[in-house]
Design a protein around this ligand. Structure first.
Ligand SMILES: *[C@@H]1O[C@H](CO)[C@@H](O)[C@H](O)[C@H]1NC(C)=O
Ligand SMILES: *[C@@H]1O[C@H](CO)[C@@H](O)[C@H](O)[C@H]1NC(C)=O
Length: 446
């Protein structure tokens, strides 16, 4: 078993989503201790990035809803076959991955799979961010499925709870009409004394699904035999890279979707550029204030999330924030696609800016590297014209030897920024020194 597990390591861990930091055993990508054989390549992407968190089995006279909700009705010795996705192997129990369902964190995506005759015949995809293990299955988070009408048709039920009175669970229903005409996409009939003829005749639970490309009448009267009884249902989750507590709700959207990748701290006497590029000068342990968004907490070093910066993949957006007196006061958002961890800060990549002229006014420097000869990094500058006329938006003054009077203010590094809505004259303008410069990443959902 261990040999097998070790043999799988390179395959599974080759994907940044599964194991972002193979060298660091403390940096678990997922909550709790995770057996790697819980992960499967469900969508055929070549990456085993979906974790099996639940499997429901029909006709076993045992509620699939209770099994999913708290597992209280699942016997202690679940057959190994039920914990896997060989759909042909005999399995006579539900399976609940308690470690996964009880620690629903950092979930990027959820898949709901319907198994029929040994294969996953339908896969519904749901957004995972901001969900709980009970509410992801619903209209708000629904992303895609091969039922083409589910996107636009109305649903009278679309939830795991479903119709509590009639115990119709994982229920995606269009309309209740009369029994023979009830129609929808999926239902787990989860009790024995159900009222409608179409849900009788077999031991519960019965998993009924519309087998065609659209909803169907559950009663399934010939010739329209489009509702079938599934052989299993399965729930898989995919996680964001890194740990859940590396993610923050920076823009107040209710979603912790921004992963802290870097923090430069003003006045610590160590180069912010070197710290960003390769972690130079960062102590092995940083204060909690350095890798949280509690900007009042003490922090006396830079912070680099090595895993995030060294595995620059699947990044949708990059957020650069300037912290001043405990708050992020300036935010610029850049494109993440087709960038590297050193190239995203560029003028063409600006998606959103707190300075209205950032992309319209001309620039002489616009990069992380900035002006290497003068140690001006994370540099977004409008013009050089002798020290007194220098003007721009942001500069990390990253060297103790500063040529211009406007940068000789405090200990290095200093993060000087235009405090108003447009660029400022570094000598005479409205220029503040940020306490920290922070970089967050948002990953693509795919
Ligand atoms: C912050 O960094 C420390 C080590 O320097 C680490 O123990 C902790 O887990 C980190 N916290 C987050 C949220 O990354
Ligand atoms: C900055 O201020 C100096 C001194 O007042 C002035 O000569 C220069 O033109 C100003 N530059 C800009 C870009 O406003």
């Amino acid at each position: 078993m261990w040999l097998l597990a070790l043999a799988l390591l390179p395959v599974v861990f080759g994907n940044v989503y599964n194991q972002p930091n193979p060298g660091n055993a403390n940096n678990q990508p997922h909550p709790g201790n995770v057996a790697i054989d819980e992960y499967y390549d469900i969508l055929g992407t070549g990456h085993k990035d979906y974790r099996l968190v639940f499997r429901g089995t029909p006709y076993i006279r045992n509620s699939v809803y209770t099994a999913y909700q708290d597992g209280s009705n699942i016997p202690p010795n679940v057959p190994e076959a039920c914990k896997k996705i060989d759909w042909n192997a005999p399995c006579n129990s539900h399976y609940r991955n308690n470690a996964a369902l009880n620690n629903w964190q950092n979930v990027e995506e959820v898949l709901f799979g319907i198994v029929y005759h040994g294969a996953l015949v339908k896969i519904l995809r749901f957004h995972g961010l901001g969900t709980t293990y009970m509410n992801w299955f619903g209209r708000d988070y629904y992303e895609h499925s091969c039922w083409e009408d589910l996107k636009y048709q109305t649903t009278s039920y679309f939830s795991i709870e479903g119709d509590t009175n009639l115990r119709r669970r994982f229920f995606i229903n269009h309309k209740y009409l009369t029994c023979p005409n009830d129609n929808g996409w999926f239902v787990a009939v989860d009790q024995s004394n159900s009222p409608c003829p179409w849900e009788k005749g077999l031991p519960y639970p019965i998993f009924k699904f519309a087998s065609g490309p659209t909803m169907a009448v559950f009663n399934n009267t010939p010739p329209a035999k489009t509702v079938k009884n599934a052989d299993a249902i399965a729930v898989f989750v995919k996680y964001l890279p890194g740990k859940a507590d590396e993610y923050f709700d920076i823009l107040g959207t209710g979603k912790k979707e921004w992963r802290l990748a870097f923090r430069g701290t003003a006045g610590v006497g160590a180069s912010v550029y070197s710290a960003y590029i390769n972690g130079a000068g960062i102590p092995s342990w940083v204060e909690p204030g350095c890798n949280s968004t509690n900007y009042y907490a003490p922090c006396n070093s830079h912070y680099r999330n090595n895993d995030a910066l060294d595995h620059w993949e699947h990044i949708d957006q990059v957020l650069l924030g300037l912290v001043y007196r405990g708050e992020i006061v300036k935010i610029i958002i850049f494109k993440g696609k087709s960038t590297t961890y050193t190239s995203w800060l560029n003028k063409n990549g600006v998606l959103q800016s707190c300075w209205s002229d950032l992309t319209t006014a001309s620039d002489n420097f616009f990069s992380i590297q900035g002006d290497s000869s003068l140690g001006r990094r994370f540099f977004m500058n409008h013009q050089y014209d002798g020290c007194p006329k220098d003007a721009g938006w942001l500069v990390a003054v990253d060297t103790p030897s500063k040529p211009c009077p406007w940068e000789v203010k405090n200990k290095y590094p200093q993060f000087l920024f235009a405090a108003g809505p447009t660029l400022e004259n570094w000598s005479t303008g409205h220029v503040w020194g940020a306490d920290a410069l922070v970089v967050f990443l948002k990953y693509k959902c795919h």
